[in-house]
Design a binder for this molecule. Structure first.
Ligand code: NDP
Length: 245
Protein backbone atom coordinates (compact mmCIF):
# COMPACT_ATOMS: atom_id res chain seq x y z
CA UNK A 1 0.00 0.00 0.00
CA UNK A 2 1.10 3.57 -0.53
CA UNK A 3 -1.78 5.74 0.56
CA UNK A 4 0.43 8.80 1.06
CA UNK A 5 2.54 8.85 -2.08
CA UNK A 6 3.71 12.36 -3.01
CA UNK A 7 2.71 13.71 0.42
CA UNK A 8 5.10 15.80 2.48
CA UNK A 9 4.80 15.40 6.24
CA UNK A 10 6.21 17.17 9.27
CA UNK A 11 6.09 15.36 12.64
CA UNK A 12 7.31 16.92 15.89
CA UNK A 13 8.93 14.70 18.54
CA UNK A 14 9.57 11.80 16.21
CA UNK A 15 12.75 10.21 17.53
CA UNK A 16 11.12 7.95 20.09
CA UNK A 17 7.78 6.65 21.31
CA UNK A 18 4.51 7.42 19.57
CA UNK A 19 6.12 9.98 17.26
CA UNK A 20 8.66 7.45 15.96
CA UNK A 21 5.88 5.01 15.10
CA UNK A 22 4.02 7.82 13.32
CA UNK A 23 7.14 8.63 11.29
CA UNK A 24 7.58 4.95 10.34
CA UNK A 25 3.93 4.49 9.36
CA UNK A 26 3.69 7.66 7.30
CA UNK A 27 6.94 6.84 5.51
CA UNK A 28 5.80 3.25 4.89
CA UNK A 29 2.75 4.70 3.10
CA UNK A 30 5.02 6.71 0.84
CA UNK A 31 5.14 10.10 2.57
CA UNK A 32 8.32 12.15 2.63
CA UNK A 33 8.70 12.80 6.37
CA UNK A 34 10.70 15.39 8.26
CA UNK A 35 10.66 14.96 12.01
CA UNK A 36 12.01 16.86 15.00
CA UNK A 37 13.41 15.78 18.33
CA UNK A 38 14.70 17.60 21.39
CA UNK A 39 17.99 15.89 22.26
CA UNK A 40 17.95 12.23 21.12
CA UNK A 41 20.30 12.61 18.19
CA UNK A 42 21.35 8.95 18.06
CA UNK A 43 17.78 7.63 18.19
CA UNK A 44 16.79 10.08 15.45
CA UNK A 45 19.65 8.94 13.22
CA UNK A 46 18.74 5.29 13.77
CA UNK A 47 15.14 5.95 12.79
CA UNK A 48 16.15 7.79 9.61
CA UNK A 49 18.38 4.86 8.69
CA UNK A 50 15.64 2.32 9.41
CA UNK A 51 13.16 4.18 7.21
CA UNK A 52 15.65 4.60 4.39
CA UNK A 53 16.63 0.93 4.49
CA UNK A 54 13.03 0.00 3.83
CA UNK A 55 12.84 2.36 0.86
CA UNK A 56 11.14 5.25 2.68
CA UNK A 57 12.02 8.90 2.98
CA UNK A 58 12.73 10.55 6.33
CA UNK A 59 14.99 13.21 7.75
CA UNK A 60 15.51 14.50 11.27
CA UNK A 61 16.14 17.97 12.72
CA UNK A 62 16.85 18.97 16.32
CA UNK A 63 14.24 21.62 17.07
CA UNK A 64 12.63 22.11 20.46
CA UNK A 65 8.94 22.89 20.01
CA UNK A 66 9.11 25.43 22.82
CA UNK A 67 11.63 27.52 20.86
CA UNK A 68 9.39 29.72 18.75
CA UNK A 69 12.09 31.09 16.43
CA UNK A 70 13.61 27.67 15.74
CA UNK A 71 10.22 26.20 15.03
CA UNK A 72 9.30 29.06 12.70
CA UNK A 73 12.55 28.63 10.75
CA UNK A 74 12.12 24.87 10.53
CA UNK A 75 8.61 25.10 9.13
CA UNK A 76 9.74 27.70 6.58
CA UNK A 77 12.68 25.50 5.52
CA UNK A 78 10.61 22.34 5.22
CA UNK A 79 7.77 23.94 3.30
CA UNK A 80 9.55 26.55 1.21
CA UNK A 81 9.97 24.64 -2.02
CA UNK A 82 7.15 22.14 -2.13
CA UNK A 83 4.61 23.02 0.56
CA UNK A 84 3.23 20.65 3.16
CA UNK A 85 0.42 18.08 3.26
CA UNK A 86 0.52 16.52 6.73
CA UNK A 87 1.45 18.12 10.04
CA UNK A 88 1.53 16.01 13.20
CA UNK A 89 1.93 17.89 16.51
CA UNK A 90 3.21 15.08 18.70
CA UNK A 91 6.03 16.64 20.76
CA UNK A 92 4.88 16.86 24.31
CA UNK A 93 4.79 15.29 27.67
CA UNK A 94 4.28 16.15 31.24
CA UNK A 95 5.09 15.90 34.88
CA UNK A 96 2.44 13.94 36.72
CA UNK A 97 2.26 15.40 40.25
CA UNK A 98 -0.36 17.14 42.36
CA UNK A 99 -0.51 20.88 41.77
CA UNK A 100 1.27 21.81 44.99
CA UNK A 101 4.22 19.58 44.08
CA UNK A 102 4.76 20.93 40.57
CA UNK A 103 7.61 23.43 40.33
CA UNK A 104 7.70 26.50 38.09
CA UNK A 105 9.78 24.80 35.40
CA UNK A 106 7.49 21.78 35.12
CA UNK A 107 4.38 23.93 34.75
CA UNK A 108 6.00 26.23 32.19
CA UNK A 109 7.35 23.29 30.20
CA UNK A 110 3.95 21.62 29.87
CA UNK A 111 2.30 24.86 28.76
CA UNK A 112 5.17 25.88 26.47
CA UNK A 113 5.53 22.55 24.64
CA UNK A 114 2.05 21.00 24.73
CA UNK A 115 0.07 24.18 24.15
CA UNK A 116 2.21 26.98 22.72
CA UNK A 117 4.38 24.59 20.67
CA UNK A 118 1.26 23.06 19.11
CA UNK A 119 -0.33 26.43 18.31
CA UNK A 120 2.95 27.70 16.84
CA UNK A 121 3.55 24.62 14.70
CA UNK A 122 0.10 24.82 13.18
CA UNK A 123 0.11 28.58 12.59
CA UNK A 124 3.54 28.51 10.97
CA UNK A 125 2.53 25.56 8.78
CA UNK A 126 -0.89 26.93 7.84
CA UNK A 127 0.09 29.14 4.87
CA UNK A 128 2.03 26.23 3.35
CA UNK A 129 -0.67 23.58 3.66
CA UNK A 130 -2.08 22.47 0.35
CA UNK A 131 -5.76 21.67 -0.25
CA UNK A 132 -6.41 18.15 1.07
CA UNK A 133 -3.97 18.85 3.88
CA UNK A 134 -4.12 17.27 7.29
CA UNK A 135 -3.37 18.65 10.73
CA UNK A 136 -3.25 16.00 13.45
CA UNK A 137 -2.48 16.68 17.09
CA UNK A 138 -1.56 14.11 19.71
CA UNK A 139 -3.60 15.09 22.72
CA UNK A 140 -4.43 12.69 25.52
CA UNK A 141 -7.36 10.91 27.11
CA UNK A 142 -6.24 12.94 30.15
CA UNK A 143 -8.00 15.89 28.50
CA UNK A 144 -11.27 14.49 29.78
CA UNK A 145 -10.49 11.57 32.10
CA UNK A 146 -8.38 11.92 35.23
CA UNK A 147 -8.99 9.03 37.58
CA UNK A 148 -6.02 9.82 39.82
CA UNK A 149 -4.27 12.83 41.34
CA UNK A 150 -1.45 14.50 39.50
CA UNK A 151 -2.91 14.99 36.05
CA UNK A 152 -4.52 18.42 36.46
CA UNK A 153 -2.04 20.63 34.60
CA UNK A 154 -1.06 17.99 32.05
CA UNK A 155 -4.76 17.29 31.41
CA UNK A 156 -5.43 21.00 31.10
CA UNK A 157 -2.82 21.35 28.35
CA UNK A 158 -4.37 18.43 26.44
CA UNK A 159 -7.87 19.86 26.90
CA UNK A 160 -6.51 23.07 25.39
CA UNK A 161 -5.37 21.08 22.35
CA UNK A 162 -8.84 19.53 21.98
CA UNK A 163 -10.35 23.03 22.02
CA UNK A 164 -7.86 24.34 19.51
CA UNK A 165 -8.70 21.57 17.07
CA UNK A 166 -12.44 22.34 17.14
CA UNK A 167 -11.83 25.99 16.30
CA UNK A 168 -9.28 25.21 13.61
CA UNK A 169 -11.57 22.67 11.95
CA UNK A 170 -13.86 25.60 11.15
CA UNK A 171 -11.06 27.87 10.02
CA UNK A 172 -9.28 25.33 7.80
CA UNK A 173 -12.29 23.37 6.52
CA UNK A 174 -13.07 25.77 3.66
CA UNK A 175 -9.54 25.05 2.34
CA UNK A 176 -10.31 21.30 2.36
CA UNK A 177 -7.85 20.84 5.19
CA UNK A 178 -8.99 18.76 8.15
CA UNK A 179 -7.83 19.17 11.75
CA UNK A 180 -8.17 16.30 14.22
CA UNK A 181 -6.89 15.32 17.65
CA UNK A 182 -5.80 11.79 18.61
CA UNK A 183 -6.18 11.09 22.33
CA UNK A 184 -4.15 8.08 23.49
CA UNK A 185 -4.66 6.43 26.86
CA UNK A 186 -1.68 4.73 28.49
CA UNK A 187 0.75 3.71 25.73
CA UNK A 188 3.98 1.87 26.41
CA UNK A 189 6.81 4.38 25.81
CA UNK A 190 9.82 5.72 27.73
CA UNK A 191 7.49 8.41 29.10
CA UNK A 192 4.93 5.88 30.37
CA UNK A 193 6.46 2.40 30.52
CA UNK A 194 4.14 -0.59 30.82
CA UNK A 195 6.34 -1.80 33.70
CA UNK A 196 6.68 1.54 35.50
CA UNK A 197 5.75 2.52 39.07
CA UNK A 198 2.11 3.34 38.26
CA UNK A 199 1.58 0.86 35.44
CA UNK A 200 -0.39 -1.73 37.46
CA UNK A 201 -2.84 0.93 38.61
CA UNK A 202 -3.24 2.27 35.06
CA UNK A 203 -3.65 -1.23 33.63
CA UNK A 204 -6.44 -1.92 36.11
CA UNK A 205 -8.37 0.97 34.53
CA UNK A 206 -8.00 -0.27 30.93
CA UNK A 207 -10.82 -2.62 29.92
CA UNK A 208 -8.64 -4.54 27.47
CA UNK A 209 -6.16 -5.12 30.29
CA UNK A 210 -2.99 -3.85 28.69
CA UNK A 211 -1.17 -0.68 27.64
CA UNK A 212 -1.48 0.52 24.08
CA UNK A 213 1.33 -0.05 21.61
CA UNK A 214 2.76 2.87 19.68
CA UNK A 215 1.73 1.30 16.38
CA UNK A 216 -1.89 1.28 17.53
CA UNK A 217 -1.79 5.05 17.81
CA UNK A 218 0.20 5.54 14.62
CA UNK A 219 -2.30 3.55 12.57
CA UNK A 220 -5.05 6.00 13.54
CA UNK A 221 -2.83 8.93 12.62
CA UNK A 222 -2.11 7.36 9.24
CA UNK A 223 -5.82 6.80 8.65
CA UNK A 224 -6.57 10.44 9.49
CA UNK A 225 -3.79 11.51 7.13
CA UNK A 226 -5.20 9.43 4.28
CA UNK A 227 -7.89 10.17 1.71
CA UNK A 228 -10.17 7.73 3.53
CA UNK A 229 -10.67 10.31 6.30
CA UNK A 230 -11.94 13.24 4.23
CA UNK A 231 -15.08 13.67 6.35
CA UNK A 232 -13.41 13.50 9.77
CA UNK A 233 -12.83 17.08 10.93
CA UNK A 234 -12.65 18.72 14.34
CA UNK A 235 -12.75 15.39 16.13
CA UNK A 236 -10.95 14.30 19.26
CA UNK A 237 -10.68 10.54 19.04
CA UNK A 238 -9.78 8.34 22.00
CA UNK A 239 -7.42 5.47 21.25
CA UNK A 240 -7.15 3.96 24.69
CA UNK A 241 -8.55 0.44 24.90
CA UNK A 242 -11.57 1.87 26.68
CA UNK A 243 -9.55 3.55 29.46
CA UNK A 244 -11.64 6.72 29.40
CA UNK A 245 -14.98 5.07 28.67
P1 NDP B 1 8.31 9.98 24.66
O1 NDP B 1 8.85 10.77 25.78
O2 NDP B 1 8.47 8.51 24.64
O3 NDP B 1 8.86 10.56 23.28
C1 NDP B 1 8.69 11.90 23.03
C2 NDP B 1 9.41 12.28 21.75
O4 NDP B 1 9.12 13.66 21.52
C3 NDP B 1 10.90 12.19 21.88
O5 NDP B 1 11.47 11.86 20.63
C4 NDP B 1 11.31 13.60 22.30
O6 NDP B 1 12.59 14.02 21.85
C5 NDP B 1 10.30 14.42 21.58
N1 NDP B 1 10.06 15.68 22.26
C6 NDP B 1 9.64 15.86 23.54
N2 NDP B 1 9.55 17.17 23.81
C7 NDP B 1 9.94 17.81 22.69
C8 NDP B 1 10.10 19.16 22.34
N3 NDP B 1 9.86 20.15 23.22
N4 NDP B 1 10.51 19.49 21.09
C9 NDP B 1 10.78 18.52 20.20
N5 NDP B 1 10.67 17.22 20.47
C10 NDP B 1 10.26 16.87 21.69
O7 NDP B 1 6.76 10.39 24.63
P2 NDP B 1 5.47 9.60 24.10
O8 NDP B 1 5.74 8.98 22.80
O9 NDP B 1 4.94 8.79 25.21
O10 NDP B 1 4.45 10.83 23.91
C11 NDP B 1 4.23 11.45 22.66
C12 NDP B 1 2.98 12.31 22.76
O11 NDP B 1 1.88 11.48 23.13
C13 NDP B 1 3.05 13.42 23.80
O12 NDP B 1 2.40 14.57 23.32
C14 NDP B 1 2.29 12.83 24.97
O13 NDP B 1 1.73 13.82 25.81
C15 NDP B 1 1.23 12.03 24.24
N6 NDP B 1 0.63 10.96 25.04
C16 NDP B 1 1.36 9.89 25.48
C17 NDP B 1 0.76 8.89 26.22
C18 NDP B 1 1.51 7.71 26.73
O14 NDP B 1 0.94 6.98 27.58
N7 NDP B 1 2.72 7.44 26.30
C19 NDP B 1 -0.67 8.97 26.57
C20 NDP B 1 -1.35 10.11 26.03
C21 NDP B 1 -0.71 11.06 25.31
P3 NDP B 1 13.93 13.39 22.50
O15 NDP B 1 13.95 11.98 22.01
O16 NDP B 1 15.01 14.23 21.94
O17 NDP B 1 13.75 13.49 23.98
Amino acid sequence: ESRLKEKRALVTGGARGIGAAVVENLAAEGADVTFTYATSHAAAERLVKRVQETGGRASAVAVDSSDRDQLRRLVEDVSSSAGLDIVVANAGGGTIKPLAELDDAAIDRMIDVNVRGTVDLIRFASPHLRPGGRVITIGSASAHYMPDDGTSVYGMTKAAVAGLVQGLAREFGPRQITVNNVQPGPVNTDANPADGPVSDRLRSLIPIGRFGRVGEVASLVTYLASDAATLVNGASIDVDGGYSS
